[in-house]
Design a binder for this molecule. Structure first.
Ligand code: FEO
Length: 427
């Protein structure tokens, strides 16, 4: 029979023990359906915070979203007095973890606040208060609670610059912040008791950690030497006490896919996405495809956005070296499927990729420039100005399209010649 931890007793919320000296003092938010505007959650989330008792004092690790502070303080009070709190650790300063911090520091003014070095500039901006004293810490720094201690591991960009993990070596418990977390709310709290949260774990990784794979790998280089860990205590979702190493290994698997563009190995990949109302942008796309195909060591693919789904395209884009987008101009704008795909790219790292834009238009043709600006905003390199054609491309314009594809493919392989400027042309 499932063992539901007693979160409420006699009408009062209760802390939940991870061990004799470590308690969960967080809050559940079961009705939340959208987190941070972009993340969906089908059954809410939790804001996990923890209390660690040592022989010389108590540490509080993270707090909760401000409007859940009541539950947090009530749970805290079931395991510690405020005058026992010696240490407050914030693994990450996003408001879902710092909402109750000002009030906690007011109730425990003797406590010392520990944050990462990178969190210093954020603390003031987030809390809009000047009077906080704090100690910035780096990887390897420790604080003692007597017979318990906490060690800090700076894990930047998982998923903010400030993020760190905190380790309790005497019990081998890792307080991991957002890392290994997910938005999943279940009264049973522990991963061996809650419902199936695999989808939530993968979804959270894909939307929060995936853009920072190289940083995830560096963080895992710090975390893996700690294995075997007895429990992972993340800032959201189930507490991972059953086979916690599985989640560490899964993060490594998900982050291992090194892009060909990073290794420089294999052919370069060029993806051409287009959508066409009357076939004119399609004709351009096909000619660009033909031109790019003539370049050795470039693998070119052509996709009509009308026949595809966003998610697999995003996966393809993550592994590609070059991206071309073809769009007509309709009512002075690029068309929705193009914007939809571009707006889905926040989850991948685009910085090393090459981009280009083309399209047919009727009378104004703003779309190409608009998409080009967007690509530059997403940090793609756009080495060749976008190619526009008025209505049906002529034979000469089709040749220009082939040349456009060929030049972009050459740019990918690093063999494109710089254009020689004839001074006579400038006269
Ligand atoms: Fe759970 Fe990035 O805050």
């Amino acid at each position: 029979m499932s063992k539901v931890p007693q979160l409420i007793k006699d009408g009062q919320v209760q802390a939940v023990a991870l061990s004799e000296r470590v308690h969960w003092i967080g809050a559940l938010d079961p009705t939340l359906r959208t987190f941070d505007i972009i993340l969906k959650t089908a059954n809410g989330t939790s804001y996990n915070a923890y209390a660690v008792r040592g022989s010389e004092g108590v540490a509080i690790i993270d707090t909760v979203k401000e409007n859940f502070a009541g539950d947090f303080f009530a749970r805290l009070e079931t395991v510690a007095r405020y005058d026992e709190i010696k240490v407050i650790v914030l693994n990450h300063l996003e408001p879902d973890h710092t909402g109750a911090l000002p009030e906690l520091m007011r109730r425990a003014p003797q406590a010392q606040l520990y944050i990462s070095q990178k969190a210093q500039s954020m603390l003031k901006a987030l809390l809009k208060q000047d009077e906080f004293e704090f100690t910035p810490v780096m990887t390897g720094d420790q604080v003692t609670l007597g017979d318990r201690s906490l060690e800090f591991f700076h894990t930047p960009y998982l998923h903010w610059p400030d993020t760190q993990c905190t380790y309790l070596p005497e019990e081998r418990i890792l307080f991991s912040g957002d890392v290994f977390g997910c938005h999943f709310c279940d009264l049973r709290l522990f991963n061996d008791e809650v419902g199936d949260f695999r989808f939530s774990f993968e979804y959270y990784y894909a939307h929060i950690m995936r853009p920072f794979k190289e940083h995830v790998n560096r963080a895992l280089d710090l975390i893996e030497p700690l294995l075997p860990i007895s429990q992972i205590a993340p800032a959201h979702g189930p507490l991972l006490r059953d086979q916690p190493q599985r989640y560490v290994h899964r993060y490594r698997e998900l982050s291992r896919a090194v892009q060909q563009s990073e290794t420089g190995e294999g052919p370069k990949t060029l993806l051409i996405f287009y959508i066409s109302s009357y076939g004119n942008t399609r004709r351009m796309a096909e000619a660009i495809y033909e031109g790019a195909m003539t370049v050795n060591n470039v693998r070119v693919s052509l996709f009509d956005l009308e026949g595809g789904e966003i998610a697999p395209f995003v996966d393809l884009i993550e592994g590609a070296d070059g991206l071309l987008f073809g769009t007509p101009t309709i009512n002075g704008d690029a068309v929705k499927p193009v914007w939809d795909l571009l707006s889905s790219l926040a989850v991948v790292n685009l910085k090393t990729k090459l981009g280009g834009v083309f399209g047919s238009y009727g009378w104004s043709g703003e779309a190409v420039k608009m998409v080009e600006d967007r690509l530059r905003g997403l940090k793609l390199r756009v080495p060749i100005p976008g190619l526009r054609v008025k209505l049906i491309p002529t034979e000469e314009e089709i040749r220009n399209c082939r040349e456009f594809g060929l030049e972009l493919a050459r740019e990918l392989t690093g063999v494109r010649q710089s254009r020689v400027i004839d001074m006579a042309d400038l006269a």
